[in-house]
Ligand binder design. Structure first.
Ligand SMILES: C[S@@+](CC[C@H](N)C(=O)[O-])C[C@H]1O[C@@H](n2cnc3c(N)ncnc32)[C@H](O)[C@@H]1O
Length: 221
């Protein structure tokens, strides 16, 4: 982190960062560490969670324009979290919290089951080299974990500029018994709650199509 980011972290973390009880790894979450969202945000409100929030452009803008909703940003990139807090403070946002942790563990262990109204995954690392694709976030295992965290009737929204990853996401989620497509045709319309981030701009500038997907969490049996 830069000096400014270090200072922002020290000043703003007490207001914005949720401390996760750790397992062995620094970004892990210890099983059994579930939070009570009512206590964390001081109210009962719909909860939107973004995985891989980067510098926080999408989530700070959403939190600022929807004060009636609670937001949680999950990220492992410390400087990105510092920038997100700086943005949140500038926008005088109070309904946003951040957690520095591995997203699947947050969904499994930090958030109560069925507590999330919407889960956003915008421009996850594409790992486009053949030998790296197995590192991608969107796998059948991830779909099961996401389905555990999202409430019945909740939404999973995704976007990527990597065509082959977009197809993988769609294949995985079409096959996941807990989810149903919330779009017609090949791809979802651009989600209008999603602002342009640096990653999207980079992808579009390189001539790549941006693909959106949206899936409804079906009723639990
Ligand atoms: C390509 S960037 C996109 C950032 C942002 N969504 C945007 O559109 O600008 C992907 C982000 O996901 C984060 N990330 C990757 N794996 C993660 C994980 N397992 N848990 C939490 N964040 C993760 C990375 O640190 C990175 O900031």
């Amino acid at each position: 982190m830069t000096d400014g980011q270090e200072r922002a972290w020290a000043d703003l973390a007490p207001r914005y960062v949720l401390e996760a009880p750790r397992d062995d790894a620094a970004t892990s979450v210890r099983p059994g560490a579930a939070i009570d969202p009512g206590k964390v945000w001081g109210r009962r409100a719909p909860l939107i969670v973004e995985i891989g929030s980067g510098q926080g452009h999408a989530i700070v803008s959403a939190a600022s324009s929807r004060p009636e909703v609670d937001f949680l940003a999950i990220e492992v990139f410390t400087a990105g979290l510092a920038r997100t807090m700086m943005g949140a403070e500038r926008a005088a946002v109070d309904n946003l919290r951040l957690v520095e942790a591995n997203a699947p563990e947050v969904l499994q262990h930090l958030l109560p089951a069925a507590s999330v109204d919407e889960l956003w995954v915008f421009f996850p690392d594409p790992w486009h080299k053949n030998k790296h694709t197995k590192r991608r976030l969107l796998t059948p295992e991830f779909a099961t974990i996401a389905a555990g965290a999202i409430r019945d009737g909740g939404m999973l929204r995704l976007a990527t500029d990597w065509e082959q990853y977009a197809r993988q996401m769609r294949e995985v989620l079409d096959d996941a018994p807990e989810f149903a497509r919330a779009f017609e045709g090949e791809w979802a319309d651009r989600f209008d709650g999603r602002v342009l981030t640096a990653f999207e701009r980079k992808g579009a500038r390189a001539g790549r199509d941006i693909r959106d997907l949206a899936y409804l969490r079906k009723e639990r049996g």
